[in-house]
Design a binder for this molecule. Structure first.
Ligand SMILES: Cc1cc2nc3c(=O)[nH]c(=O)nc-3n(C[C@H](O)[C@H](O)[C@H](O)COP(=O)(O)O)c2cc1C
Length: 367
């Protein structure tokens, strides 16, 4: 389906790294639904990893069902990046991704993240050190450039291809854009045209149709989905169905949404323990509820859960509370159905229909 260096993948759809979210429980939940092959961890500081920092180790925690796995590294010291890649290879990680798109000041200040995009030669040398050291594929994830006047991704991609990078993931926005404005499909296409290795497009894909448009308009070899997977963990399977079999996706039933959310919750508790798992789930659950229709009671209470029993009792109460909004067949009455999702690059230029996809609050909001 897609060859990534020495790695043969069954799907050309990828999960984008979302710091604080793309942990083992989330990856397992999505993998069980199908359509996804290579998934990635949150970004991991290369130095912390070689210093065996427990927090870095928790970020790369995996299991046999969580394969093949990519780990995303950030850092700017070539030896540290190389040694971290060697370590990851030695523990069976399938590929290593390098963060070149992170606009967070803490990461850019030390020369990692999108700062890498402004220094092609230095970055190519760092990547070469990693590629030469390991047999597993090394990939890079970047934005289009620093700002509209500096669209450096095509040149950087070419330079990295020259030192043996296996693929490029590109978020179709500049650093200056942050998360606002439209994803620039022409920008992604210019990266595709610049190289002969797989380019994976990314940004604002919230529906299978949007993934299809990204493939068609950019010629990319794969599509990577981040926030769209929060709303719709079935998006990988549905996109496969649409692309491979022309099958129009159906909205999953409410009961199925609840089943998957509970599975995610249980995995969270298994991996992080009841107390910490519940606290972490407080910021995850509101993403599921965005597609529940009326969810006032759920949203208010879920941010206080601290035990499994509390979560189960909240669900019972919520399902009763939601009854008046539901018809005889169990579906939401039309007036209460959430608006369809529209990707930024699918809307009419003048459209006022689309709300920007929310960016989760907290220290991660500067991504
Ligand atoms: C909360 C959050 C955390 C993110 N963390 C990372 C990260 O660790 N590494 C990275 O390369 N990109 C990160 N990103 C960027 C995403 O991987 C992706 O490029 C971006 O969200 C656009 O894709 P989407 O519209 O499908 O979400 C993050 C984005 C968000 C919203």
């Amino acid at each position: 389906m897609l060859q990534l260096g020495s790695l043969r993948l069954k799907s050309n759809l990828f999960l984008s790294p979302l710091a604080g979210y793309t942990n083992l429980p989330f990856r397992l939940t999505i993998r069980e639904l199908g359509g996804l092959d290579l998934a990635t961890t949150d970004l991991v500081n290369a130095r912390s990893l070689i210093e065996k920092n427990p927090k870095a180790f928790k970020l790369i925690e995996t299991s046999p069902a969580d394969q093949p796995l990519a780990v995303q590294l950030f850092g700017s010291v070539p030896e540290e990046m190389r040694d971290a890649a060697l370590y990851l290879e030695s523990v069976g990680v399938a590929s290593v991704d390098i963060n070149m798109g992170c606009p967070v000041r803490k990461v850019c200040r030390v020369g990692g993240g999108s700062a890498m995009m402004t220094e092609t030669d230095r970055t190519a040398a760092l990547v070469k050190g990693m590629v030469d050291a390991v047999k597993i594929p090394v990939t890079a994830k970047m934005r289009l450039g620093w700002d509209d006047q500096n669209i450096t991704a095509p040149d950087l991609a070419k330079a990295l291809e020259g030192v043996g990078i296996a693929a490029i993931f590109v978020h179709g926005r500049t650093r200056e854009q942050g998360f606002s404005g439209r994803v620039n499909l022409a920008g992604i296409r210019s990266v595709v045209k610049a190289v002969n290795i797989p380019v994976i497009g990314n940004g604002d894909v919230t529906t299978p149709e949007a993934a299809q448009v990204m493939f068609q308009e950019t010629g990319c070899a794969g599509v990577s989905i981040g926030r769209g997977a929060f709303y719709n963990p079935w998006i990988f399977l549905q996109t496969r169905d649409l692309i491979d079999h022309g099958k129009t996706p159906e909205e999953p039933a409410f009961s199925e949404r609840i089943r998957v959310m509970c599975r995610h919750f249980d995995l969270m508790l298994e991996v992080f323990g009841e107390s910490h798992g519940c606290r972490m789930f407080r910021k995850v659950a509101p993403w599921y509820s965005k597609r529940f229709g009326p969810a006032n009671l759920f949203n208010k209470r879920v941010v206080t859960i601290s035990s499994r029993a509390g979560f189960v009792s909240l669900l019972d109460d919520y399902i009763k509370w939601r009854q008046p909004f539901v018809d005889e067949t169990g579906g939401l009455k039309p007036a209460y159905q959430p608006a369809p999702m529209i990707a930024s690059f699918m809307e009419e230029p003048e459209s006022t229909q689309r709300e920007a996809i929310p960016v989760p609050k907290g220290p991660v909001e500067v991504w």
